[in-house]
Design a protein around this ligand. Sequence first.
Ligand SMILES: [Zn+2]
Length: 325
Amino acid sequence: MIEKYREFPKEITILKTILRRFSLDLQRKTEFENRLSRKLAGYKGEKELDYHLSQFDHSKFKILHDLRIPHNNTHFQIDSLLISNTFMLSIDSKNYAGILDINTEFNYLIQTLNGNEKVYQDPILQTRIQASQLKSFLIKNQFSPPPIEFLVSVSNSQAMIRNPDNNMEVSRRVCKTPAVSFKIQSFNDKYQKEFLSTKESKKIVKLLLKSHEPYVPDISTMNLPMEHIKKGVQCPECAHIGMRRIHGSWVCNQCGYLSKNAHIATLKDYFIIFGPAITSRQFCDFLNISSIHQAKRMLSTMDLESHGSKKGKVYIPSKDYELWN
Ligand SMILES: [Zn+2]
C-alpha cells in the first residue's frame, strides 16, 4: 500500500520558470538548461522506481516515497521506503549513465561517459548513512526498529554497473531499477521473524508523515541569473513576454491575444523566482503597470494576504494559493 506519493520537485518548477523568462546571456541560459535536464533525469529515474514498486505485489508493505526528515539539526532524505512487519528497506535512486565502477574500499564511484571520467560519492555508503539516520531517528522517537536494509536503484538504461573488486556488497546492494522487485523478494525471504505489529508499523508511518518537511529550495543559494530575468506579463497564447494593459484586459503585442487574467500566472512566476512576497511597487515594476492604484486593486482581488500598512504593505500567497501546482 502506498502511504505517500512523490512530490514534483520545486527546483524543476523554478528552473523552468527562469528558462521561460531568460533574456540575452546564452551561455548562462545553457548552464540552466543543463541544470534542468539533470534534475529532470533524476526525477524520471525516481518515477521509474515508483512504477516498478507499484507493479510488484506490495500488499505486505507500506511504501513512502520522497521523505525528508529533520534529525540532529539536519535532514535526511529517502527516495523510497518500504516497511513490512519483518524489516524496512530504504531505496536510493541514481540516474548515472555510462560505465559505473564502484569502489567500496575507498568509497567512491567513477563514471566513464564519452571518454570522460567523473568521481562521485559511493552510493552504497550514502544509502547506508540514510538507513542509519532513519534507525537513530526511530530510536529517538521510542521505537525499536526492525532490521533496516538499503538498496541503490540505477534507473538509466544506458548505465553499465561494474564491480572491479568483486565486492559482495555491490552485487547485493546495487541493481538496475527493473530488478528492484527481485531484490526486495530476497530481503523478504531473509527476514521471517516479526519485529513490528501492524499497529506499530502504522505508528511509524504516522510519525514519518508528520515529520516530513518538503524541500523548498533556498533561492539565494541557487545562483539564479536575476539580472537576466525578463519582466512583463506573459502571453498565454504565444508565450511572448510584455502584454499591455488596455481597458481592463491584457493585450499581446505579438499575436494580439486578449486575456483578462494573464497577470495571475505572471505573479506566480514572480513568487517562484523571487520568493513568496511582493509590494505593490514591485508588482507595478514586474508587470509593467503604470498606476499603483490599479496594481493595488488587482492585488486585492487575488488569493493573497497582506501584511504591514501603506508603503510597507507586503502581499503573500494565502493558505489556499497553489504556488507549486
Ligand atoms: Zn501572444
